[in-house]
Design a binder for this molecule. Structure first.
Ligand code: TXA
Ligand code: MG
Length: 342
């Protein structure tokens, strides 16, 4: 795989190839949303089940009615308020949109990213593509269930098996939001009420304020409609546990002498008591935006260091922390027996 310039990336997409696209949330593994053979390459590279739908990334001026139908006024209001930006809308798909990109769902996920490199890529691809509207299907550029990438290097590390020319990577620097987009279902399955399927940087409160009414949130589905909603997802390879500060301190105290395990403890502030020699403390940011921006890079970094276990101090519970808590909870759930194996 090689680092690409914009013209090469557009040409590669037109030929049905894969391009790693930087976005403000995380890097995406992009392909022509209207080319079933290109879509198959995404599923193969990610080792993702074929019934997990992909988000289609479009330009701000794209015609929503090309991709979706029965677009409610709530969707228009959210587009107006938050696009381009880290918000994905789930809408009934237009009849001609293929099941390949929607994973067989009657709905489609649409997002308009704000990252300048993503915007330029989508705009140039849309202009160059003969027929169709030039949307890019792009899941996060990681193997299924693993930590999402927030730098071009993360993507390189994630797909070592993709030969030169199979995957072109556009380097857009580190993702500024760092956590995947907020997903709002406006296909109105629940008596006309929009539902937040995945929390993100755009909060429930912001969405409610734009719509002027309450929305549903945190609805867990047993089916894999939102793979990021599996209880276990976004997981590092090293065992990860999230503990209250009190439980973390007690754990450290009980391992102070016999600490045979090499442990990384991610904390908001150091402890006054002595730390076992095999435990390394890492300070994490104390505000949710910085925490979210750094979370996946931190997990990837710690994963490289051969710890036996990662212990993370539980962040505060307020709504501003809900996306961070959601991702940490799912990362930890991967190591609890009997959870979904996302
Ligand atoms: O920030 C993001 O959303 C990133 C960047 C690359 O845009 N993309 C991303 O894609 O996180 P992915 O595939 O890793 O997660 C998208 C989630 C999946 O859990 C998928 O199931 C859900 O969106 N999704 C997509 N289309 C859907 C649909 N029609 N109905 C319900 N969920 C859908
Ligand atoms: Mg993902």
């Amino acid at each position: 795989m090689v680092s690409a310039d914009m013209a090469a990336a557009v040409a590669h997409l037109l030929q049905g190839g894969l391009v790693a696209m930087p976005t403000e949330t995380v890097y995406g593994l992009a392909a022509d949303a209207e080319n079933p053979e290109a879509i198959k390459k995404i599923y193969a590279a990610k080792q993702r089940p074929a019934d997990h739908p992909l988000i289609v990334h479009i330009a701000p001026e794209a015609d929503l009615t090309y991709w979706a139908r029965n677009i409610p006024s709530a969707a228009r209001q959210l587009v107006e308020a938050f696009w381009p930006g880290p918000l994905t809308l789930i809408l009934p798909k237009a009849h001609h949109i293929s099941d390949h990109v929607t994973g067989g769902q009657p709905t489609i996920g649409l997002r308009c990213p704000s990252h300048p490199v993503a915007r330029e890529l989508i705009a140039r691809f849309a202009q160059a593509r003969p027929g169709g509207q030039g949307g890019l299907a792009a899941p996060s550029a990681n193997k299924f269930g693993q930590v999402s990438p927030t730098t071009a290097d993360h993507v390189r590390h994630e797909f070592p098996e993709l030969a030169d020319q199979a995957l072109l990577i556009l380097d857009g620097g580190p993702s500024q939001v760092g956590i995947e987009s907020t997903i709002v279902d406006v296909s109105m399955p629940k008596a006309g009420t929009p539902t937040v399927l995945r929390p993100g940087h755009i909060t429930v409160a912001q969405i409610e304020s734009v719509l002027g009414r309450p929305v549903l949130s945190g609805v867990q589905s047993a089916s894999p409609r939102v793979s990021g909603s599996l209880k276990a997802h976004y997981a590092p390879r090293t065992v990860l546990r999230v503990l209250s500060r009190q439980a973390l301190r007690a754990w450290l105290a009980s391992h102070a002498k016999d600490g045979a395990e090499k442990v990384a403890a991610v904390v908001f502030a150091p402890f006054e008591d002595a730390c076992p020699p095999t435990v390394r403390l890492y300070r994490c940011p104390d505000n949710p935006d910085d925490y979210g921006r750094n979370l996946y890079a931190m997990l990837r970094d710690l994963d490289q260091q051969n710890y036996d276990m990662l212990l993370v101090e539980q962040p505060p519970q307020g709504p501003a922390w809900s996306a961070v808590n959601d991702r940490l909870g799912r990362a930890a759930a991967a190591f609890i027996p009997s959870q979904d194996a996302g």
